[in-house]
Design a protein around this ligand. Structure first.
Ligand code: FES
Ligand SMILES: [Fe+2]
Length: 433
């Protein structure tokens, strides 16, 4: 339980708020590179700031204020030039560093005044990495965009998936260190949903119960370990576990899920999912990393979608309220990780108050060549399996047969590209239909 003041402290993300300042010390994924094949300008709301993300004609990305510093026109209706974004109202041109490089009328009428040198637009750095566009809203010197180990892997099909979830980011991130929900929200609820769909009311069988949990901190977050019925302590879920990645992600080995604060009341869910191709498809080089946005509500009923794993998580997150009222919660032993996470954020706030870096900020280029993480299925993900074995794999095989399991709404062409990467001929696809 937290008191009202602590709850506010940990959930507010706007500029000048303590957590807002802390989260600004990290690069945050905000969009996909491939989105900019069909658009050149996109609106972005990040940490409560309204911004315009663009790719100019020379291929440079910029992230600038949504409002032009001249008379406040909406820069997302601007258009890109060779270098920079031009406001559509009076044509002022801005580059990715926030410099005003042209003021068409002023440049003619009063060139000696060099008014443009006195005007800047708010601008933040953007970097493309692993198919994602990352933004940094914090103080200089900026750290490095983390080069997490899976970003260096080969022979994989990667896709990026977004969803906008209308609640505060912290309750989403607390889900990253919540092992028991897996048993109930994903396994057992799915059993009951499927039974209901078939018109029955079958009660089970429910999945193996959690018997033992452990949480521990490491350089880039926390690890949680679990023992469920039928498992022993040699199981990778105990020896390696899963990762609550600092400061705002879950990492499961084959995918990352970032919870990116749009503002205090909305979160952008960003998934980067890696599917290892079968050995027969090696060497596989992915030409482009596709991206898609999934819905969160059923169109007809207006209820939250519950058919896919992350959609189920979204149900939990939004169900806690727009900003979970932590003065009303009752934490048990399963919530030990959540307490550790909150404590670490408080320690991080103190660290930045002392002028230090918070946890997991990476500045060493040597370290960033490849930042290793705990990965339970490392061998499978790095070395791959023959197609036959992959098809029989309980998780990865199921994805080939049944489709993307994490979020509803994968576009057909991305499903096709995935199956092609997996070396699934149309004949095999026919059999699997
Ligand atoms: S408002 Fe943008 S150029 Fe005038
Ligand atoms: Fe979950």
């Amino acid at each position: 339980m937290l008191d009202t003041a602590k709850n506010r402290l940990l959930t507010e993300v706007g500029a000048g708020s303590p957590m807002g300042e802390l989260l600004r010390r990290y690069w945050l994924p905000i969009a996909a590179v491939s989105e900019f094949e069909s658009i050149s300008v996109k609106t972005v709301r990040l940490l409560g700031e309204d911004l315009t993300l663009y790719k100019d004609l020379s291929g440079t990305f910029g992230l600038v204020d949504r409002h032009c510093p001249h008379r406040r026109a909406d820069t997302s209706y601007g258009f890109v030039e060779e270098c920079g974004l031009r406001c559509n109202y009076h044509g002022w041109l801005f580059d990715e560093n926030g410099r005003c490089t042209e003021q068409p009328y002023e440049d003619v009428a009063a060139p000696q005044a060099r008014f443009k040198d006195k005007v800047r637009i708010k601008a933040y750095p953007v970097e493309a990495h692993a198919g994602l566009l990352w933004a940094y809203l914090g103080p200089e010197p900026r750290p490095l965009v983390p080069n997490w180990e899976p970003f260096t892997w080969k022979n994989g099909f990667v896709q990026i998936v977004f969803a906008e979830v209308p609640c505060n980011w912290l309750q989403c991130q607390e889900n990253s260190i919540d092992p028991v929900h897996f048993e109930w929200m994903h396994m057992n609820w799915s059993v009951r949903l499927e039974a209901a769909e078939r018109g029955g009311d079958k009660l089970g069988p429910y999945s193996p119960r959690h018997l033992k949990l452990a949480f521990e901190e490491f350089d880039y977050g926390f690890v949680y370990r679990r023992i469920r019925e039928g498992m022993n302590e040699c199981d990778p879920m105990w020896t390696v576990g899963r990762v609550c990645l600092w400061p705002n992600a879950l990492f499961t080995g084959d995918h990352f899920e970032w919870r990116v604060p749009i503002d205090d009341e909305n979160t952008l869910s960003v998934t980067w999912a890696f599917s290892r191709v079968p050995k027969e498809s090696e060497p596989y080089v992915q030409e482009r990393i596709p991206a898609w946005h999934g819905p969160v509500k059923e169109a007809e009923s207006g209820r939250w979608i519950s058919s896919h794993i992350m959609n189920q998580d979204f149900v939990a997150w939004v169900g806690q309220g727009v900003i979970a009222d932590r003065t009303q919660e009752h934490l048990g032993t399963s919530d030990a990780g959540i307490l550790m996470l909150r404590k670490r954020f408080q320690n991080d706030l103190e660290a930045i108050g002392r002028g230090e870096d918070p946890k997991a900020v990476i500045r060493d280029a040597q370290v960033n060549q490849c930042v290793g993480l705990p990965i339970a299925e490392r061998k499978l993900l790095m070395e791959g399996l023959p197609r036959e074995q992959l098809l029989k794999h309980p998780i990865h095989g199921r994805q080939i047969v049944e489709g993307y399991p994490f979020q509803l709404g994968q576009p057909k062409e991305i499903r096709e590209a995935y199956l092609a990467a997996m070396g699934m001929s149309s004949a095999v696809k026919e059999v699997l239909k």
